[in-house]
Design a protein around this ligand. Structure first.
Ligand SMILES: Cc1cc2nc3c(=O)[nH]c(=O)nc-3n(C[C@H](O)[C@H](O)[C@H](O)COP(=O)(O)OP(=O)(O)OC[C@H]3O[C@@H](n4cnc5c(N)ncnc54)[C@H](O)[C@@H]3O)c2cc1C
Length: 385
């Protein structure tokens, strides 16, 4: 087996790097997984990286509303029936039990439904919980995000009680957790700086791969798993249907003066930032569905994000510290109802060519969990072929 990777490093959209301005190793962007993401946890066990994730002992999601300064913590109950929504003290402030039950509408949502069309957009629960949650899970506004992609996540996590929805974060970094142990396992089977430039197909099968001057003819026993982003797959193989368009994510990383030494995260409602992670002396905030920010200078983005961060961390009017803005223009495919229906399965019209990646038809949003599941599906298909 050989893995060809176009970049000089592993990890793709989920990686860490040394930042010269912060003088710290940072992630390209905050990544949150939940304890119900069983494929992610299985993958980490497989590569020997199960110690790489950390999080609170129990499922709790602290939130802050930026305008009002109101803070609350959502603590899902132990079992699948969410009894906690009956108790005002455990609900999102200002919300009623009946508002929570509206979420069941997502389960019956037609294929063309968006999140906003299924939930009550006027209520505080939408503003303080469903909207920030949906935008971060789907990387799309509630008005365009596919209801069919949000429901499976809620069912597999919040719908199974607190053991399945502990929030987990890579303790040292995304690469240290998800990538480096896998690369150690793969050893010299990985070729970096090896971009697939062309893939030739013949009747019923892929016949050759071209890596910038080096052509690999495929033998009868050879199988190819094309695990590149959708635009790259569409460019390499004519006739593959892929989701169209992408959505951006922006992360702002700020170096704090004093080491906080605690690893924590916070959901933010009512501002530009949506999630805030603190790791040692670096605080990172995420803006999902951030296409509107793509052409803004990094300085301007940092100046808009920093007051929200300072407010959340109670830093008063602390001046803007050293920062790094990371713009991921194609963070995920645009997770609209139309694109949710355009995701291809693992098999292609060519019997030795398989597809993998978070954009293939995993029935989940474009997440690490989806990417890992698609990888297992492709591996199974190859082994059973
Ligand atoms: C900022 C940000 C925040 C995110 N937050 C979360 C989160 O909180 N939780 C979560 O679960 N998910 C999150 N995600 C999504 C998650 O990162 C992706 O779903 C996952 O990394 C996708 O993995 P993949 O293997 O499908 O694709 P990729 O990671 O894109 O891997 C594709 C690889 O193919 C390589 N490649 C491309 N073209 C070629 C070619 N021609 N030849 C050879 N190699 C090629 C690329 O270099 C890349 O390494 C986030 C993503 C971003 C960008």
């Amino acid at each position: 087996m050989t893995v060809h990777e176009a970049a000089g490093h592993g990890g793709g959209r989920c990686r860490s790097f040394h930042d010269g301005i912060l003088e710290r190793r940072i992630d390209n962007g905050n990544h949150l997984v939940l304890s119900g993401n069983h494929a992610v946890l299985g993958y980490l066990r497989e590569i020997g990286g199960e110690d790489g994730l950390t999080g609170p002992e129990t499922a709790e999601f602290p939130f802050l509303e930026l305008g009002s300064g109101l803070r609350w913590t959502v603590r899902p109950g132990a079992g699948p029936i969410p009894w906690w929504i009956l108790f005002p003290g455990r609900r999102v402030p200002g919300t009623r039990t009946a508002e929570y039950l509206r979420v069941l509408g997502l389960a019956r949502a037609p294929a063309d439904a968006t999140v906003a069309s299924c939930l009550d957009r006027g209520g505080l629960l939408f503003k303080r919980f469903w909207e920030p949650l949906a935008v971060s899970i789907l990387n799309a506004s509630a008005e365009e995000g596919a209801a069919s992609l949000l429901w499976p996540v809620l069912k597999e996590t919040f719908g199974r009680g607190r053991a399945a929805c502990r929030p987990l974060i890579a303790e040292k970094g995304l690469s240290e957790c998800f990538v480096d142990p896998a690369l150690r396992l793969l050893g010299n089977r990985v070729r970096f700086n090896s971009r697939l430039r062309a893939l030739a197909v013949g009747p019923g099968r892929a016949v050759s791969l071209e890596f910038g001057g080096n052509t690999v003819e495929l033998g009868t026993g050879d199988r190819v798993i094309l695990a590149v982003p959708p635009a790259a797959a569409a460019g390499l193989v004519e006739g593959i249907v892929t989701p169209r368009g992408s959505r951006a994510i922006v992360n702002g990383h700020f170096r704090l003066d004093a080491g906080r030494q605690t690893l924590s995260f916070l959901g933010l409602a009512g501002g530009l930032s949506q999630w805030l992670f603190v790791r040692h002396d670096v605080v990172s905030v995420t803006v999902s569905a951030a296409d509107d920010l793509m052409d803004d200078p990094a300085d301007d983005i940092a100046r808009r994000l920093w007051p929200e961060v300072a407010f959340a961390l109670e830093l008063g009017d602390a001046p803007l510290p050293p920062f790094r803005i990371v713009k991921e223009r194609r963070a995920t495919f645009a997770q609209t109802p139309a694109n949710a229906r355009a995701r291809p399965g693992v098999r292609t019209p060519w019997n030795n060519l398989y597809l993998a990646g978070d954009w293939t038809d995993t029935r989940l949003p474009a997440t690490i969990e989806g990417a890992v599941r698609s990888g297992w599906t492709a591996a199974d298909a190859v082994l059973n072929s």
